[in-house]
Design a protein around this ligand. Structure first.
Ligand code: ADP
Ligand code: MG
Length: 300
């Protein structure tokens, strides 16, 4: 049984973090960072490094390779600890809480912060070659090769920046707080995933769909992007009856070739879900025109 991330954070000592950081910094030059390099970069005495390496290995934060080119690399948990440690040290979060969600491409934690509860989204896309990675990869030129750390860091930064742009244009998305490495800190929305909502009164159903449509319109006309993965799994219905669109890192720019097709799909998926599940009828063609800014009359 692996320890909870919050427990791991408690058990990791200052020197362990220095060792982790020394490994991280050198992963651009080595696939497995040799012990000599860790010793040189960390400036810690060898005995202390030995102790840290032992603990980090037990906690599964680093992985060792034996043989001619022996050395150490980070695991996902190792990168998590580095990111969370920075967030804690800088005061963006004060305590890590439980995992509240496992998306197919991220782990979501709740955390306490000076501004209240926040969510820490730890990106995991490098783990496998999901479509999101491929899509982000083909548009974010900086991602090359199979370097998973660079992949997840780029995706984290991409999501944070999209949220900043969307929020500053008044779209109904979680307010971004900061990001560090592959971790995106954002406002915690108290509510339920749309796919889990069984009953919604007609008024709330219409209002939340209208919220989603408004966000798509702001994204397209003001920010110039298309979500690209919209469905009942990426909409949150808040306790106060609003519809938030979450999970943005795979967005495409509206000038890109696939954007038209993706926008059509986003609109079709969400309108047909509302129709099927809650009986909200709306003309998807008109929604599409409204989202693109071709008409101004609200479709709902
Ligand atoms: N800001 C948030 N507030 C509350 N819950 C959230 C928030 N962001 C994500 N979640 C929860 O975590 C789940 C996965 O998040 P999401 O951003 O969709 O990641 P993934 O890429 O893994 O699908 C969501 O379905 C939701 O239940
Ligand atoms: Mg999602």
């Amino acid at each position: 049984m692996t320890a909870l991330l919050a427990e791991i954070l408690d058990r990791v000592e200052k020197n362990d973090v220095i060792v982790l950081y020394s490994i991280e910094r050198n992963l651009t030059r080595y696939k497995y960072v040799p012990l000599e390099v860790i010793e040189r970069v960390s400036r810690l005495p060898p005995s202390s490094i030995q102790k840290s390496i032992k603990r980090l290995t037990e906690l599964k934060l680093v992985r060792r390779r034996l043989g001619n080119f022996s050395g150490y690399t980070l695991t996902y948990r190792g990168l998590d600890v580095l990111a969370l440690n920075s967030l804690l040290r800088r005061g963006y979060i004060t305590r890590l809480g439980d995992k509240i969600g496992v998306g197919k491409e991220s782990d979501i934690y709740i955390a306490e912060s000076p501004r209240g509860l926040v969510v820490v989204k730890l990106h995991r896309e490098g783990r496998t070659s999901f479509s999101k990675v491929r899509r982000v990869r083909s548009y974010a030129q900086e991602i090359e090769g199979e370097d998973w750390i660079r992949v997840v860091k780029t995706i984290g930064e991409r999501e944070f920046k999209a949220l900043v742009e969307l929020r500053s244009n008044k779209a109904l998305v979680p307010e971004p707080v900061t990001y560090n490495r592959h971790a995106v800190v954002q406002e915690y929305i108290r509510g339920v995933d749309l796919y889990k909502v069984e009953d919604l009164d007609e008024e709330t159903a219409r209002a939340t769909l209208a919220d989603v449509i408004e966000t798509l319109r702001i994204a397209y006309t003001k920010v110039g992007i298309v979500h690209g993965d919209l469905s009942q799994y990426n909409v949150l219905i808040s306790e106060d009856g609003r519809g938030y669109v979450i999970d943005w890192p795979q967005y495409v720019y509206k000038g890109e070739e696939s954007s038209g097709e993706l926008l059509f799909r986003d609109v079709k998926y969400i309108t047909s879900y509302y129709e099927r599940k809650f009986g909200v009828s709306v003309d998807a063609g008109r929604v599409l025109k409204y989202v693109k800014g071709e008409i101004n009359e609200k479709p709902l």
